[in-house]
Design a binder for this molecule. Structure first.
Ligand code: WTA
Length: 658
């Protein structure tokens, strides 16, 4: 934690009104305010109502909430019993949704489509749950999963939930070392993997990574392998590896599988945070609170309705996919679309082609995707019928206003609501976000806290800051979807989230709140740059750079400076047809000066063909800082980088400059 406030230099002031919709869960700003006040004044009453309305309980809870952030300990709905898979599947078989599409899967090839009705998905899940039971998995045992974006991934998750075995999904883009560490940390005995990932017309091997990782995972006894990339030949280890399709064809796995009766606070899953800083943490979530929260946010933030097709483009390996491809939409009995592929293959209009093909209504993606597609030019958005889209969403990082405007105009036809959802693996679901038919939109602002979320911005002494002053974004009361711990390390749980400001949850993000009460996320507090005593967040400076027509992406970090303490070092990726010249470099510095002020003007500007990102698209500023400081001997953990090759390019580019 550092000492001072974070200064804001942003001048963004545009405002767009949301469309009206009389059937919306929350239909106006006044209604939001009324519900919000009630949810804070009577938090337990509010959440009890929601939990009752959204979930089917085997036994109702005794206490809505018990909590103490100093221990820390948080319990929601204790004494209650339920099963998450029952809520996502079984109950829909009886409420008229049996033959409704639960999951639509689009493979990389246009003709590769699979549709699972609720009945079909239920049956697959029961069968795989039986497979797991045959392998000795019982309630409480962990199962690690390393699969591409194929239906078996959702089936495996729900099968784990059905028998009460917490799953730990590792994104299929992670390396063998990253996989090894996560498997060992969660202590899984059974591991599920695929042969290879289909990506942009190529097959990327997955099974060899598993084999490599498992050399150093003594706890894993059995591996179930999905033939995820037909044609790819994977080596099977005798006595350890079995094929998914063979196990699922056995006679004794048919005939249904009862749901395990779970306590509200039993763990549901472990998910390692993206690791943009330090060693990954096994954030874990529990049954009732998490499911209440994801169903609730899906219903209110996306206004998800029964006949909607919901498409969240995230990978299920991230929390976004857990909450908004699988658990939230299925708990509501909606239709969720899952896509195994990339936005630019075979062409940069793939997403819009899929939106048209399935008449997608709710579309949820990340700013990094929007910027990448924006760079390809407007022609790709224009030949598709996007008229079924109703709500657009974004998540993952602050969306720079330039990208927001493009999304609004090109995809939203200048009329659809965009929900900019701020949340974290730790929060389980959206915590700060506009509501699509209630909140006036400001490009780049995450807007206002959702009902039940007591968010605040405080200074180093824990005092709330005034309007437009930057500070630490914290949440002062528990909400049902929040993490319950760091797997096997409650000390770290306390130290990371509850020690900085005793009595509050510390998010690690910096933010400011404007006069209308809107939250503007300024980036991670660890990334703040201190120029002559002015502490600047990264988001605003990067947004200013991206607002220049020649720039497609930018990342800024601090570098040591004799006089100023730190100065700004900017890495800039240009749009395809732009030339890297000294003139442009100067022009960009002038541009930032003009847009947000001389203080933010970069001292050094390096043109970068690509930026080091995690596989979820987050820029790893830790690595950029090291390069800027000229200290590249120890770059720390780079195993989660999407493309490790960019680092060498950047080191060479830095050497040319300095
Ligand atoms: C950032 C992803 C600004 C933030 C759900 C947070 C955002 C981290 C937004 C969590 C947003 C996410 N605006 N910043 N709408 N959404 N972030 O755990 O820094 O992968 O702390 O969860 O992403 O990333 P995670």
């Amino acid at each position: 934690m550092t000492d001072e406030k974070i200064e804001s230099l942003s001048k963004e002031s545009r405002l767009f009104l949301p469309p009206t919709n009389p059937t919306a869960a929350v239909g106006s700003q006044e209604e939001y305010e009324r519900i919000y006040r009630r949810s804070i004044d009577d938090m337990e009453g509010f959440w009890a109502e929601r939990a009752d309305e959204l979930l089917s309980w085997e036994k109702k809870w005794d206490n809505v909430l018990e909590w103490d952030f100093d221990v820390p300990e948080i319990k929601w709905f204790s004494g209650g019993k339920l099963n998450v898979a029952y809520n996502c599947l079984d109950r829909h078989l009886e409420n008229g949704r049996r033959n409704k599409a639960a999951l639509i899967w689009q493979g990389e090839q246009d003709q590769d489509v699979k549709v699972y009705t609720y009945q079909m998905l239920h049956d697959e899940v029961c069968r795989f749950a039986n497979v797991l039971k045959k392998k000795g998995i019982k309630k409480g045992d962990r199962v690690s999963i390393y699969l591409p974006m194929i239906p078996e991934l959702a089936v495996a998750m729900l099968a784990c939930a059905r028998i009460g075995a917490p799953h730990s999904i590792v994104f299929a883009g992670f390396s063998a070392n990253a996989l090894r560490d996560r498997i060992n940390d969660c202590g899984s005995k059974v591991h599920i993997t695929g042969t290879a990932v289909n990506r942009a017309g190529r097959q990327i091997p997955l099974k060899p990574n598993t084999d490599e990782a498992l050399k150093e995972c003594p706890g894993v006894e059995q591996v179930v392998v999905v033939d995820s990339a037909p044609g790819y030949q994977a080596d099977m280890v005798e006595g350890r590896d079995v094929w998914w399709h063979e196990e699922m064809a056995e006679d004794d796995v048919h005939g249904g599988c009862p749901c395990e009766s779970m306590e509200s606070e039993d763990p549901l899953f472990i998910l390692y945070t993206s690791g943009s800083t330090g060693k990954p943490k096994g954030v874990f979530h529990t049954q009732a609170g998490y499911l209440t929260y994801t169903a609730h946010t899906c219903q209110w933030v996306f206004d998800l309705k029964d006949d909607d097709v919901h498409w969240c483009t995230a990978d299920i390996g991230w929390v976004t996919g857990h909450s908004y491809i699988v658990y939230g939409p299925l708990a509501l009995g909606a239709t969720s679309l899952m896509f195994e592929g990339v936005p630019t293959y075979p062409n940069p209009d793939r997403y819009w082609q899929i939106c048209q093909k399935f008449k997608v209504n709710i579309f949820y993606t990340a700013p990094t995707v929007i910027r990448a597609l924006m760079r390809e030019g407007d022609q790709w958005t224009q030949n598709h019928d996007l008229s079924n889209l109703r709500v657009l969403g974004t998540v993952g990082e602050p969306i720079n206003p330039e990208a927001w405007m493009w999304y609004y105009k090109q995809i939203g036809n200048s009329k659809l609501p965009i929900v900019d959802t701020w949340w974290q693996t730790e929060t389980g679901g959206h915590v700060i976000s506009g509501l699509p038919y209630a909140t006036p939109m400001k490009p780049g602002a995450a807007s206002t806290p959702l009902p039940g979320i007591d968010a605040a911005i405080i200074d180093k002494d824990g005092k709330e800051v005034g309007p437009d002053e930057g500070g630490f974004l914290v949440i002062r009361k528990p909400w049902p979807g929040m993490l319950r711990g760091v797997w096997g390390n409650q000390e770290r749980f306390k130290a990371t989230y509850f020690a900085g400001f005793p009595g509050t949850y510390e998010s690690g993000d910096g933010a400011r709140r404007d006069e209308d009460g809107y939250f503007w996320i300024m980036g991670r507090v660890d990334d703040v740059i201190n120029v002559s005593g002015h502490r600047l967040g990264t988001a605003e400076i990067e947004s200013a750079l991206v607002a220049h027509p020649a720039v497609s992406e930018a990342a800024v970090v601090g570098m040591p400076h004799e006089v100023k303490g730190q100065s700004i070092y900017a890495y800039v990726t240009l749009k395809g047809d732009e030339d890297e010249s000294d003139e442009l470099r100067k022009e960009l510095v002038t541009h930032v000066r003009k847009e947000i002020g001389p203080l933010a003007a970069p001292e050094i500007m390096q043109f970068a063909p690509g930026l080091p990102k995690t596989r979820s698209g987050k820029i790893m500023r830790r690595i950029l800082r090291k390069i800027a400081e000229g200290d590249t001997s120890n770059l720390g953990d780079t195993s989660t980088l999407a493309d490790p090759g960019v680092v060498q390019d950047l080191i060479e580019g830095n050497a040319d400059l300095t």
